[in-house]
Ligand binder design. Structure first.
Ligand SMILES: *Cc1c(COP(=O)(O)O)cnc(C)c1O
Length: 393
């Protein structure tokens, strides 16, 4: 890649981050090695002191991981990327590297269940307090800011309710408050949304989802300015060892090559499914940012290229109705993962959000009738037919 900055996302997705070895392989090589060999003791010393750049040990850097980081950074338009072993370790690394005891986090109430667990049960033990804000009204966020607030954390669209947050407005608030805005961009991927362009300081990914895109490996990433990612996060990562394996990095690197066509095809399927569900008699309400009925539809269309590939809906009949719809599918996979080429169906209240308190669940709007479908690459007709059986039962 010579002319950086001159290529479109689709081109960068297959070409960025390539450093060919002496064998001139066409597909990217996979470097399964824990350490790297030095020419002599002086070179080892120079590498360890930082006087000479280069690989030392795969907890620090590995060429396959570097390739994946460079490619993802090119797609997000970020100066730097640190890959991690999972999406959760990306969030933990960010908080541990940037915050200290006594600091405060403002978080949207509709975030991934494990993220809430992490803030409440783990980070609280180390003196980092978190307040949750309901909804996306910037005035409510402003009211919740304290003098100790150092981080604003938001997932947009949120999981599973697909609530959309105004990244620019929250970035302004973060700047005014002396805090950093962190956006979990899992649902959109850089193909549909680039939070850094709207003023976010850091982007988090669970690479487990769309970046791999085929349900094979766990991975994560943090992206943003060099002074945050390279100067603060990387030293933490190299010591703490939340490292992404070279094998997983390679799988994700190859997944990125098809990210754009997958996101567009899966978004098309999701829009079709959402429209079909909206007129279905077994459904109370459909939540999809691409529908005109979505409360933040206009904002979503400003920030995102499509409504995304996740559709959530409330089935009539509460938990019984939701479970009946799920159990009557024959094609869809009953599993908690999302972002796969295979369509998945989940009951958030008893799975991904089952460990948070009933009160917190209610506040976040995770009702018993709620079902989340992450649309894959099957035909839309087959997906609708599969769901119709349970919804009519
Ligand atoms: C899955 C997910 C995570 C956590 O990622 P893992 O790779 O499972 O650790 C974080 N945020 C969102 C929005 C997710 O969907």
């Amino acid at each position: 890649m010579q002319k950086d900055g001159k290529y479109d996302l689709e081109t960068l997705a297959v070409r960025a981050g390539i450093h060919r070895s002496q064998f001139n392989e066409h597909s990217e090589a996979m470097y399964l090695t824990s350490s790297f060999v030095f020419d002599n003791a002086a070179q080892a010393a120079a590498r360890f002191s930082g006087a000479e750049p280069g690989n030392i040990y795969s907890r620090f850097t590995n060429p396959t991981v570097t390739a994946m980081q460079e490619r993802l950074a090119a797609l997000e338009g970020a100066e730097a990327c640190v890959a991690t072993s999972s999406g959760m370790s990306a969030i933990l690394a960010t908080v541990m590297a940037l915050l200290k005891a006594g600091d405060h986090v403002l978080c949207s109430s509709g975030v991934f269940g494990a993220t809430v667990q992490m803030f409440n049960n783990i980070l609280a033990k180390f003196g980092i307090q978190t307040t949750y804000v309901d909804g996306g009204n910037p005035a409510d966020w402003a009211k919740a800011v304290k003098s100790e607030t150092r981080l604003l954390f938001v997932e947009t669209p949120s999981n599973p309710l697909t609530e959309v947050f105004d990244i620019s407005a929250l970035a302004d608030l973060a700047k005014k408050s002396g805090a950093l805005l962190v956006v979990d961009n899992c649902f959109c991927s850089p193909v549909l949304q680039k939070p850094l362009e709207f003023g976010a300081d850091l982007v988090i990914h669970s690479a487990t989802k769309y970046l791999d895109g085929q349900g094979r490996v766990l991975g994560g990433a943090v992206l943003g300015r060099r002074e945050l990612v390279i100067d603060l996060l990387f030293p933490f990562q190299r010591t703490a060892g939340f490292t992404l394996s070279a094998f997983n990095a390679w799988v994700i690197l190859k997944g990125l090559e098809t990210l754009s066509i997958r996101m567009e095809a899966q978004s098309r399927g999701a829009l079709g499914l959402a429209q079909w569900l909206e007129s279905h008699p077994g459904i109370e309400r459909v939540m999809y940012p691409g529908l005109a009925s979505h409360p933040q539809h206009a904002l979503a269309m400003r920030q995102q290229k499509t409504g995304g590939a996740i559709v959530s809906f409330i089935v009539k009949g509460g938990r019984e109705g939701a479970w009946r719809a799920i159990d009557n599918t024959k094609l869809l996979s009953i599993t908690a993962n999302l972002g796969d080429t295979k369509t998945t169906i989940t009951h958030p209240a008893t799975t991904t959000h089952g460990r948070i308190s009933a009160e917190a669940r209610a506040r976040a709007g995770i009702t018993e009738g709620l079902v989340r479908v992450a649309v894959g690459l099957e035909s839309l007709d087959d997906i609708c037919r599969d769901l119709d059986r349970g919804l009519r039962a």
